[in-house]
Write a protein that binds this ligand. Sequence first.
Ligand SMILES: C[S@@+](CC[C@H](N)C(=O)[O-])C[C@H]1O[C@@H](n2cnc3c(N)ncnc32)[C@H](O)[C@@H]1O
Length: 415
Amino acid sequence: MSDVPGLPSRRAALKMIDAVLHRGETLEQVERNANRHIRGAADQALSRAIAGEALRWLTDIDTMIDSAMQKPLPHDAKTRSVLRLMLAQWLRLDTPPHAVIATALPLLTGGPRRLAHGVFSTLTKREGLALPDAPTLPEDVADRWGDRADAIAAGLVTPPPLDLALKDWSQTEAMAEMMGGVSLAPGHIRLPRGTPVDQLPGFKDGDWWVQDLAASLPARLLGAGASDSGPKRVLDLCAAPGGKTLQLAAAGWQVTALDISERRLGKVRQNLDRTGLQAEIIKANALSWQPAKQFDAILLDAPCTATGTARRHPDVVHRIGDRQIEEQAELQNALLERASGWLPDGATLIYAVCSLENAEGIAQADSVGLKQAPITSNELPDGLEPTDDGWLRTDPGMLGDAGGLDGFFVGRWVK
Ligand SMILES: C[S@@+](CC[C@H](N)C(=O)[O-])C[C@H]1O[C@@H](n2cnc3c(N)ncnc32)[C@H](O)[C@@H]1O
């Protein structure tokens, strides 16, 4: 069966979407395992792209499949999954129908193979068949996102561009020009998606790290760490893999980076080594740890459902439901309570989540018993505004003409 060129990529893509849809695994978790028999980087990227596009457009692709059948295929039928891959390749990756048939149909045999061939041929011959302008969200997701749903979906059409955060902001203009990118804020450079990261100038020297513009905003809202009496202290709570640790260290803060995961803290160490920046690292559970010193600021970038990253992780809208949101909200609430309790008078707390769910954003912010320090427009990149209540809420539909940004909720308080 693997004699057919291109078949291993399709087989890997099938494994990926099945693991996401039927076992609730993340595309990222399953990708390495599914691709383990594929040698070339291009073929590995292809299987990820097929699975990613099938998941991004799943609701619309399923509607098409159902429209070509008298009796709908069960949701978990292999024939449906193979058809999802076939339609994603044809409609999103511009693979000609005969090549789709040659590379994907061998995943099936007998009756299911004939059925998939029939349905695909019917759809390819249908006049004017096309995907909508933006992916249709699953019903429960659209309900949760309410009147923001259409605007968010408009930002989910393609994977995101590549955003870099610079160690030295004074180099922004020069580096943007050298790399052929654009800058939407000091210290930020945006490059076309698919740019190979390790071939960009300055990677080995640690001049920058990959970080979505939205993910860089919480640390920006703390400002510079230098003061007349020396560097101010910040606790980066839930720090790994360290994007915000690097930002804070580069902004002159004396950083303590705490995380529960030793494996993920390894990434923080690697990132610090590469960039030559410094931070104290603590492996601990924030729910039981007690600080031995006081901090001028705490940045809590809490664990969350990460629905704000749906552009780069299109699996998230199919994996996350009320149960996961409740679990994360409970943890966020407990973490916020601890962080608030550690602040001395005059210190600042920032709470951030890359989630679009109200239960993880505004509902958590409302539970904090400190004085809010409202976020203001002049602290944000052009085109972004805080909410009327002084919170920051970004979503993938914002800054659409410039390539969008991840969804985040950010709140700020002082004690
Ligand atoms: C959203 S990620 C943090 C991303 C990070 N701030 C950055 O900018 O790269 C959330 C982190 O919370 C950590 N975490 C989850 N529960 C924790 C706990 N009880 N105590 C400490 N860290 C925890 C996870 O290991 C994960 O690394």
